[in-house]
Design a protein around this ligand. Structure first.
Ligand SMILES: *Cc1c(COP(=O)(O)O)cnc(C)c1O
Length: 412
């Protein structure tokens, strides 16, 4: 038995049987979410008891949908560090900025949390294979966890997806397809192919368990900040699993009395040429309109019509949050800035948050004392680097070589 009480639709509240492989609400087609018997969780685990448990997302076992004897399909997801970024903060005129380095997950991105959890549950419930539309990292993670439990996996990505993510899927034995267009095009193919294959469609938030994996970021953040919540949390927004998942984690902890006060202001950050949530937020729309011709090198942000748009917009508004779009050049510059100031080579998606923080400061939208968390979703090394100075090549006699080194460094 798990501590989950039921799975319900986030819109019409219809209940679904958690013993079946689920996708979206069978009544209205909207996103499903797992609900817990939080009184029972509270009676079964204490903050103190957590101290003796190993790090990682299954540390919060009672707040996952796993049954008591259910073995996770795992490579050690979660338990990523939250470190302060004092030099970046000072550069921005802020005092408290933290980065949660999700690039330290297996597969180099936080997609490991969601796909690890989704595939664990699906395997238990009898899934026979997986197919997933992806901008890169989700496909890589799905392939890795499918391999780990010996089930077949297929990944459909847009042409031009970062090669490391495609290689990660292929080397784990998945079949990789590329399509012209975006993840939306890939999603349409998956929706039709999955039922014909009898495989589970792992599209973002079209099954309820990926969210539970992403939610563990919120649980970890609460514990890492001494059971408090930050004032502001910036999230690089594609399909929005973390933007929906992190507040879900906070709400559950709040209902248990483990954290108190209001949720952080959530800020969705997108790329200026694919910003459906930013646009809808500022227009006051309840759901985003599909973005035409989405382009950005931050692959995970290239999601023109997110399925959970309505849920994301509600969170931004309920928490008096914000939504910011940043340029491609600002993302590249921010990526270099964070690495130069703090030694963290984050993915372009994570770097977009640094650029957005700059924008928010310039607009006067953020006080110097705000406690700010950046969710640095992936490792920079999985992507082409931004333009950098080339290495200085050393040739000639020993003396010439040494002189070149000294001259170059003296000029710094
Ligand atoms: C998928 C992804 C995102 C976007 O996450 P969503 O939960 O889909 O909004 C951001 N950054 C990276 C590195 C990703 O892989």
């Amino acid at each position: 038995m798990s501590f989950a009480s039921h799975v319900e639709c986030t819109v019409c509240r219809h209940h679904h049987d958690p013993k079946r492989v689920l996708s979206v609400c069978e009544r209205c087609g909207q996103m499903l979410a797992v609900r817990y018997d939080l009184e029972r969780v509270k009676a079964s685990v204490t903050k103190d008891a957590l101290r003796s448990r190993p790090p990682g997302m299954y540390r919060f076992r009672e707040l996952t949908p796993l049954a008591a004897d259910e073995e996770p399909v795992t490579l050690g997801e979660g338990g990523t560090p939250l470190f302060s970024l004092p030099r970046l903060a000072a550069d921005l005129g802020l005092r408290h900025v933290w980065g949660k380095d999700e690039g330290q997950n297996p597969t180099g991105s936080f997609k490991a949390r969601g796909l690890g959890m989704a595939i664990t549950r699906a395997r238990t419930l009898g899934a026979r294979g997986f197919i997933i539309p992806s901008a890169g990292n989700a496909g890589g993670a799905a392939a890795v966890y499918a391999a780990r439990c010996g089930l077949p996996c297929a990944v459909i990505v847009p042409r031009g997806t970062p090669p490391a993510a495609m290689a990660e899927a292929a080397i784990a034995g998945a079949t990789v397809f590329t399509v012209e267009g975006s993840i939306a095009t890939a999603g349409k193919v998956v929706a039709k192919a999955a039922p014909q294959l009898g495989w589970l469609d792992l599209s973002t938030l079209k099954e309820p368990y990926r969210l539970e994996g992403k939610k563990t970021m919120g649980l970890e953040l609460a514990e890492q900040l001494g059971w408090t919540m930050p004032d502001v949390l910036l999230y690089p927004t594609g399909g929005g699993t973390g933007l929906v998942g992190i507040p879900k984690g906070y709400e559950e902890l709040r209902a248990m009395g483990w954290v108190s006060g209001s949720l952080p202001r959530f800020v969705a950050v997108q790329a200026e040429h694919c910003a459906p949530i930013v646009k809808a937020f500022h227009e006051g729309a309840e759901t985003p309109a599909p973005w035409e011709n989405p382009t950005t090198h931050a692959a995970g942000l290239r999601v023109p019509s997110p399925f959970a748009g309505r849920q994301m917009l509600k969170i931004l508004r309920d928490t008096r949050g914000d939504a910011v779009a940043v340029s491609e050049e600002a993302i590249r510059e921010a990526q270099r800035r964070l690495a130069r100031l703090e030694g963290v080579w984050t993915s372009p998606e994570g770097a977009a948050l640094v650029a957005a923080l700059d924008t928010l400061r310039q607009r006067g939208a953020l006080g110097a004392d705000a406690r700010v968390v950046l969710v640095l979703t992936g490792a920079g090394i999985k992507y082409d680097p931004p333009p950098l100075p080339p290495p200085v090549d050393l040739t000639g006699s020993d003396d010439v070589v040494v002189a070149t080194v000294v001259r170059a460094l003296a000029a710094r």
